[in-house]
Design a protein around this ligand. Structure first.
Ligand code: S3P
Length: 403
């Protein structure tokens, strides 16, 4: 895909539905007794992998006028393919571990190269039986009787927290999770909607075992996908983004803090955003913010290359275990585009203002492809991204931003 430098960006758009929320709704719909209705589900590579997997595992899945209807509560033995989706693999592992089923979960080459060790360790502590290839997928889960644990994650991960909580539904006794660095709360929030006995007090999540009951989930737009047109608008003009989920709102707060002109019309945990061209300041992202913005960091590294001055991103070592090593690959790509970027063990140092553009590799990673497309659109000369298909994982009509 060839991307020309954008002179003027002017759009009104609705971002794709939230990937994290769609996948969780499908997995909880599989566990829940009765009918679950998912309105505005994401139908992208990762979400479809989750929807197919829950169908293969025994849930009745049907589409009705754009809504996804799931009748769950009866799992069967199965082999499923999570394809590129680590969220699907990890959440399903937790969801199945305490049920009387045997399931194998595999994935594509990229997913089978990502460590599942922290997941396996946490679930094994609860009594789960999981066979793996030395900590990598395929995972074979043989239902076992579980007991609740007091889980203190050594590294922040919403997926592993989610897996432990889903396993806790079918364990004896209470499960607690005390995160030192807070991650997205979609699992806890949605478990409440599905009738779980769960609360969060003083930052500690407490869950008691119990059955889920079918629920209605209305999926908002995905802030991580909206991030791409937001960045284009901040640099090149204007966009009005309709119905984005703001329960994960750190990106908006961060961009406003560096000078972004973003107006928000909020309705509950969702909002319309009006974004206007802004003079942005160089920035440092670290600690809690690095975790909250983890999926947006390759894009923000590209943005930093267009802002005069030094920007630093650190405490983001988790990027090395994503769909590709997003630290190494982002640095390589941006350097090839003329940027001055130094790779740190857990982030980058960027001296901005010199983004020429050039040919970028996607490394089969949807967020790498999209971030580098934006980098080229913001550069002086433009360039290419070598894989236009992989954006389908989370943002199927991404390339329409450039026509
Ligand atoms: C996700 C959590 C994050 C994120 C991923 C989606 C989720 O991964 O990078 O794209 O839906 O729970 P972690 O498990 O490392 O938090």
């Amino acid at each position: 895909m060839r991307i020309k430098p954008i002179k003027e960006f002017n759009r009104v758009l609705t971002p794709p539905p939230d990937k994290s929320i769609t996948i969780r709704a499908a997995v909880m719909g599989m566990l829940a007794h009765g009918k679950t209705v998912i309105k505005n589900p994401l139908l992208s590579g990762d979400a479809v992998a989750a929807i197919n997997a829950v169908g293969t595992l025994g849930a009745e899945v049907e589409f009705d006028r754009g809504r996804l209807i799931i009748n769950g509560g009866k799992m069967i033995n199965a082999n499923v393919d999570a394809r590129n989706s680590a969220t699907t693999m990890r959440l399903l592992a937790g969801a199945l571990a305490g049920h009387d089923v045997t399931a194998t979960i595999t994935g594509d080459n990229s997913l089978c190269r990502r460590s599942m060790k922290a997941l396996i360790d946490a679930l094994t502590d609860m009594g789960a039986k999981i066979e793996s290839k030395n900590g990598f997928a395929p995972l074979k889960i043989t239902g076992a009787s579980l007991h609740g644990i007091d889980f203190v994650p050594s590294l922040p991960s919403a997926q592993i927290k989610g897996a432990v909580l889903l396993a806790g539904l079918n364990a004896s006794g209470k499960t607690t999770v005390a995160e030192r660095i807070k991650t997205r709360s979609h699992t806890e929030d949605m478990l409440k909607t599905f009738g779980a006995d769960i609360k969060t007090e003083n930052g500690i999540i407490e869950l008691y075992p119990g059955k889920l009951v079918g629920a209605e989930v209305n999926v908002p737009g995905d802030i991580s996908s909206a991030a791409y047109p937001i960045v284009l608008a901040l640099k090149k003009g204007f966009c009005y983004i309709k119905d984005v989920g703001t329960s994960r709102r750190e990106l908006i707060d961060f961009l406003v803090s560096i000078g972004g002109n973003i107006k928000e019309e909020a309705f509950g945990n969702r909002a319309d955003l009006e974004v206007n061209r802004s003079e942005l300041k160089p920035f440092t992202i670290s600690g809690q913010m690095a975790t909250a913005l983890i999926d947006e960091l390759p894009l923000l590294a590209a943005l930093a290359c267009t802002i005069e001055g030094e920007s630093v991103i650190k405490d983001a070592g988790a990027l090395r275990n994503k769909e590709c090593d997003r630290i190494k690959c982002t640095a390589l790509n941006l350097r090839n585009m003329g940027a001055e970027i130094e790779e740190l063990k857990d982030g980058f140092v960027i001296k901005g203002g010199k983004l020429r553009g050039g040919n970028a590799h996607a490394y089969s990673d949807h967020r790498m492809a999209m971030s580098m497309a934006i980098a080229n659109a913001l550069s002086f000369e433009g360039g290419t991204v070598d894989d236009d298909k992989c954006v389908e994982i989370s943002y199927p009509y991404f390339w329409e931003l450039f026509v």
